[in-house]
Design a protein around this ligand. Structure first.
Ligand SMILES: N[C@@H](CCC(=O)N[C@@H](CS)C(=O)NCC(=O)O)C(=O)O
Length: 219
C-alpha cells in the first residue's frame, strides 16, 4: 500500500469528508495542516500540488488528487475491502453521485452563504440564507423518507460529504426533529459511527468557537 498524506484543515467540511472516508476504511495516513487563515494554500509549494489552492489534496505515493468528491471515490475504489461506500453497480452509484452533486452545488453553497458575512466581519446574515438552509433540510429529509442513509440503505461517501457540511450548518440552525424527523434520525445514526468523533465531531471545535463568538442578527 502506498503512503497516504492528506493536506487540509479541520475547519473545512470537504477535508472532514475525506477524514471520514479514511477512517471508515481504516487507512493510515499523515495529516498536513494547510492553514488557510495565514495563506499557506497560496504558497508556491502548495500551488504546485493544487493550482486551485483548495483543500483537501490527497497524495498517494507521489500521485496527487484534488477535490473531496474525487478523493473519496478514489480511496474507496482503490482501498475499500468492498464497494459498499461507493457501489460499482451503476444505478446505485448514480444515486450516490447525484447526492454528491447536490451537496457540491446546493448544500455546500448554502452553508458557505451563512458563514461568508461573518468571515467578512459583518454581523448580519440575510434571512434568505436561513430559508435556503430549511429547504436543504427538507430535501434531505425527503431523501431519507424510505432509507436509513442518503443514497439508500447503506452508508456511502454521500453521507460523509453531507455530514461534514451539515454538522457545520447545524451550528447556525439545528435540525428540528419535529419538522425533519428522518434527518434528525440520520444525524443520530451518523454520530454513532465508531470513528465519527475522531474524523468529524472532535474537529468542529474551532468552527464552533468562531460562530459562537459572533453576535449576529438575522435580517
Ligand atoms: N469542491 C472542492 C471544494 C474545496 C474548497 O473550496 N475548499 C475550501 C475550504 S472549505 C478552500 O480550500 N478554500 C480556499 C480557496 O479557495 O482559496 C472539494 O470538495 O474539495
Amino acid at each position: 500500500m502506498g503512503k497516504l498524506t492528506l493536506y487540509g484543515i479541520d475547519a473545512s467540511p470537504p477535508v472532514r469528508s475525506v477524514l471520514l472516508t479514511l477512517n471508515a476504511l481504516g487507512l493510515e495516513f499523515d495529516y498536513k495542516v494547510v492553514n488557510l487563515m495565514t495563506g499557506e494554500h497560496l504558497r508556491p509549494e502548495y500551488l504546485k500540488i493544487n493550482p486551485l489552492h483548495t483543500v483537501p489534496t490527497l497524495e498517494d505515493d507521489g500521485f496527487y488528487i484534488n477535490d473531496s468528491n474525487a478523493i473519496n471515490a478514489y480511496l474507496v475504489s482503490k482501498y475499500g475491502k468492498d464497494d459498499s461506500l461507493y457501489p460499482k453497480d451503476l444505478q446505485k452509484r448514480a444515486i450516490v453521485d447525484q447526492r454528491m452533486h447536490y451537496n457540491s452545488s446546493v448544500v455546500s453553497s448554502t452553508g458557505r452563504a451563512l458563514s461568508i458575512p461573518l468571515r467578512a466581519g459583518k454581523s448580519e446574515i440575510p434571512r434568505a440564507s436561513f430559508d435556503a438552509l430549511e429547504q436543504v433540510y427538507k430535501t434531505l429529509d425527503l431523501f431519507l423518507e424510505s432509507n436509513d442513509f442518503l443514497a439508500g440503505n447503506n452508508l456511502t461517501i454521500a453521507d460523509f460529504h453531507i455530514t461534514a457540511v451539515l454538522t457545520t450548518t447545524m451550528l447556525f440552525l439545528d435540525v428540528d426533529a419535529t419538522k425533519y424527523p428522518k434527518l434528525a434520525g440520520w444525524v443520530q445514526r451518523i454520530k454513532e459511527l465508531p470513528y465519527y468523533d475522531e474524523a468529524n465531531g472532535s474537529r468542529l471545535s474551532q468552527v464552533a468557537a468562531f460562530i459562537n463568538s459572533k453576535k449576529y442578527t438575522i435580517v
